[in-house]
Design a protein around this ligand. Structure first.
Ligand SMILES: C[C@](O)(CO)[C@H](O)COP(=O)(O)OP(=O)(O)OC[C@H]1O[C@@H](n2ccc(N)nc2=O)[C@H](O)[C@@H]1O
Ligand SMILES: Nc1ncnc2c1ncn2[C@@H]1O[C@H](COP(=O)(O)OP(=O)(O)OP(=O)(O)O)[C@@H](O)[C@H]1O
Length: 284
């Protein structure tokens, strides 16, 4: 038997850090949604009790460091599955980009193996398993649009934002999420974005308000470390994007655009100096 799962990328429409917790993580408030840029996973049973990962992407680990491997091992251990699985990852989401590529692969693996092995695990339990793999994994299990609190694993579903284009540009730098969180001083954040106002903008289906309420406090850290991310943001604004923000801990910058006619100028303008540029729709 063979199972296919799509693993879409996420963007953070807002991200606020409230405080550092005793366990080292940070208490956050984020509103996340999915975009139509996805890895594709193919999962098939193996006669031997083993996990094998392959991918066309040469630049990700294929051993136990791969989050899809970790997800498969977790579900096997927790539900005493003595079967093997072969997982092929067709990577389309840029790696280490702030788009939760690995987290979404892990979530898709949990969903897929639940079907392949007919385990009948509830979405809630899948989210709990996901939280053991990473803070973004529970959201990637459920998808849609959600307010995420706690360290990112406590989810409140929201309606989808107004449909629009999303231009994603990833500069060729590697940003460590742990390093960015490690540098933020929660008590010294100059301006906190508002989850409440972003939620109202979404519920009111107002594209203009969604653009106005975009905000990510991790920008304060990443933009200082990598001024090219700041320049990328400025270019996107200059080229005509309606709202521009860095996703997650970066370095990907996204621009929300309501009019399709604006896309070629923004896309081509960015491609001039950034190799990884994508123009996609929100996944609504
Ligand atoms: C930046 C975001 O991607 C935004 O959606 C997430 O907050 C991070 O999610 P993630 O990559 O799944 O993060 P994890 O793999 O759980 O954690 C990576 C590292 O980031 C830091 N971390 C992460 C989440 C959080 N709420 N507080 C933290 O301080 C911790 O140092 C942790 O060791
Ligand atoms: N399936 C996977 N796909 C991509 N990267 C993976 C995968 N499994 C493990 N990794 C490793 O995880 C690291 C982070 O990659 P990923 O693409 O998940 O980052 P990210 O988009 O910044 O995640 P997030 O937004 O959740 O912080 C990379 O260094 C990569 O080697």
């Amino acid at each position: 038997m063979r199972i296919y799962e799509k693993a879409p990328a996420k963007i953070n429409l807002m991200l606020d850090v409230l405080q550092k917790r005793p366990d080292g993580y940070h208490e956050v408030e984020m509103i996340m949604t999915m975009v139509d840029l996805a890895d594709r996973l193919e999962m098939s049973e193996l006669p031997r009790d083993t996990i094998i990962i392959s991918s066309q992407a040469g630049y990700i680990p294929l051993d136990e460091k791969n989050l899809a491997f970790q997800a498969a091992r977790l579900i096997k251990d927790r539900y005493n599955v003595n079967k093997g699985v072969y997982i092929h990852l067709d990577k389309k989401i840029p790696v280490a980009a702030g788009l939760a590529g690995g987290s979404s692969d892990a979530a898709a693996t949990l969903r897929g193996l639940n079907r392949l092995w007919k385990l009948d695990i509830s979405d809630e339990e899948l989210c709990e398993l996901g939280a053991e793999l990473g803070s973004d994994v529970p959201f990637c299990v459920t998808g849609g649009t959600a307010l995420a609190t706690g360290r990112g694993e406590v989810l409140t579903p929201l309606p989808n934002p107004p449909q629009c284009w999303v231009v994603l540009a990833k500069p060729p730098i590697n940003v460590s999420t742990a390093d960015v969180y490690g540098r933020i001083r929660a008590d010294k954040i100059p301006h906190h974005p508002s989850a409440k106002r972003m939620e109202q903008a979404i519920r009111g289906n107002s594209f203009t308000d969604v653009c106005r309420e975009l905000g990510n406090v991790l920008e304060d850290v990443t933009l200082k470390l990598y001024p090219e991310v700041q320049r990328l943001k400025e270019s996107m604004v200059r080229l005509g994007a309606d709202g521009v923000l860095m996703s997650g801990s970066g370095p990907t910058v996204f621009g929300l655009v309501s009019k399709e006619a604006k896309i070629p100028r923004i896309y081509n303008g960015l491609r001039g100096f950034c190799k990884e540029v994508y123009a996609v729709r929100l996944l609504t």
